[in-house]
Write a new protein. Sequence first.
Length: 132
Amino acid sequence: TVQKIWEDSIIYTYFTDEEDQSFHSKEPQYVPEGYVEVSRVSTDDLLSIVYRNDNGDEIAWDQMIVTNGKGNVIDSEYDRQIYEPLEEGTLLISLYEDNSLMAYYEYERYIFVMSAKKISVEEAVKIFNSMN
């Protein structure tokens, strides 16, 4: 993984020697109480799920497979970043002043990005630790 900072973003570019490019989705088995799935997109290299609660707050979950040259752009205008240990690896969480967060995780040959408003860091870690 190569990181490049450009204006107000971090651009991740991925490289792999992995021959097997079959996609095996991993999704959270836990979401905070009151959130329900409202949208799902699944392709050969992406899983995208949106959860929403009665207040309209959303959690967006994206999983992508690493392929050579594939990129991902993450907002770098966060207020603070923290690293949280997971059962396997480390979760990077960017916190923003509007009470939102963006979580980034690389696991095996996959990239996971979750964005949400009004959930705690502890809830974000719990969501990622619940992946099946």
